[in-house]
Design a protein around this ligand. Structure first.
Ligand SMILES: *Cc1c(COP(=O)(O)O)cnc(C)c1O
Length: 376
């Protein structure tokens, strides 16, 4: 089968290999068969290994849904009655976490910081010190809207010092940037198959400490479908998801996991780094400026400032590139004057170089002056 290869420079879903795509084509199977449960058991163990977890201490719980479901699950399931969550909010994704708290009416502190720099640790510590009812500190590892890397190890250490658990959204770093769950003071993290794992959409995972998940047994059950203990308990008792899993997506994730181990943690991160370097080189050659200081970036997402050129039209540039197999992505709220180029997926530097040739043509086609200009 010849499948057209598209280069996705959006922040996930990512470019996948054909072997992962084709792994979805399997004989029909009822997911209640033991054979399928065994497949998921292996995947759960591997998901823990990716973040160097201890299989006795840590577990992975699978959910059918996109990454936001895991944010929802962690926040609605891991907060004891009468306690508060602290959301370290410096971007669109941590803003979404605060939104989830508001949606459930969860007591929380939405601690806002500027979107373009790491959060102030002193302020986080002061908030923890002054609010001993905080039971959960929530941080986004890589704020995918801007590409900013947050100091999760330091924030997790503060959480622990003040008796709270550290929950981290690692959705846009997991299986890309090497992560050590315990060394980086994380109790619970999360991921989604279509990002770092380079698999299909529709499957997401919460990875974390068993004792913390087990302690949440008696916390309020704020969601019927999306409760962490309930899904964990079902996996532990039966090896199955409580409700129908995304069967073919699971097979693709298992193949993606095989390819992850075959490539290797370090080699994979080096490949993403090469692709990201190529993005910077390409941008610099055209005069583009970025929103976040290079040394504060997580190394996967470049948030690029739109040039001050009346001919710049993101949609037109996008459409030109899209028609040629390259996808670029608009900015997020708060960074509305930006667009994004990301180094997720099964791509390497030559793919990015090929993109920049097409991107350059797109700029010419639109009449955008190169090198691009900025008013400041
Ligand atoms: C992609 C992403 C999510 C989840 O988004 P979905 O569209 O629900 O998959 C959550 N957090 C971060 C940091 C992400 O990059």
């Amino acid at each position: 089968m010849d499948i057209k290869r598209n280069i996705l420079l959006n922040p996930g879903p990512a470019t996948t290999t054909d072997t992962v795509k084709l792994a979805q084509v399997v004989p029909d199977i009822c997911p209640r068969e033991r054979e399928f449960a065994a497949q998921m058991a292996g995947l759960r163990e591997d998901l823990v290994r990716v973040v160097h977890g201890d299989p006795k201490k840590h577990t992975a719980v699978l959910f059918c849904g996109s990454g936001t479901l895991c944010m929802d699950v962690c926040l609605n399931s891991l907060l004891p009655e009468g306690r508060r969550a602290l959301i370290v909010n410096n971007g669109a994704y941590s803003g979404r976490a605060a939104d989830i708290c508001r949606h459930y009416g969860l007591p929380h502190i939405d601690l806002k910081f500027p979107y373009n720099q790491p959060p102030c640790l002193e302020e986080i510590e002061r908030t923890l010190r002054e609010n001993p009812d905080i039971a959960l500190v929530y941080t986004t590892h890589n704020e995918t809207g801007t590409g900013l890397l947050n100091p999760i190890g330091e924030i997790g250490a503060l959480a622990h010092r003040y008796g709270a658990i550290s929950v981290v959204d690692t959705i846009s770093t997991y299986a890309m940037r090497p992560i050590e769950i315990e060394a980086e003071n994380m109790d619970v993290c999360m991921a989604s198959a279509q990002k770092g794992l380079m698999a299909m959409t529709g499957l997401s995972f919460v990875i974390g400490r068993r004792d913390i998940i087990e302690a949440s047994r008696d916390y309020p059950r704020r969601s019927y479908y999306a409760n962490l203990f309930r899904q964990y308990d079902c996996f532990e008792r039966t090896g199955e998801m409580e409700f129908t899993p995304p069967v073919q997506t699971v097979y693709a994730a298992i193949q993606a996991m095989r390819e992850y181990w075959a490539e290797g943690e370090r080699a994979k991160w080096e490949r993403h780094t090469r692709a990201f370097e190529a993005i910077h080189v390409g941008l610099e050659a055209l005069g583009f400026r970025e929103t976040i200081r290079r040394d504060w970036q997580a190394g996967l997402v470049a948030a690029v400032r739109n040039p001050d050129d009346p001919s710049w039209d993101f949609q037109k540039v996008h459409d030109y590139c899209y028609a040629r197999g390259f996808t670029i992505y608009p900015g997020k709220v708060g960074t509305a004057g930006t667009f994004r180029l990301c180094a997720l997926g099964a791509i390497d530097a030559p793919d990015v170089e090929a993109f920049f040739q097409v991107f350059r043509q797109a700029l010419d086609q639109c009449g955008v002056a190169v090198p691009v200009r900025y008013g400041d």
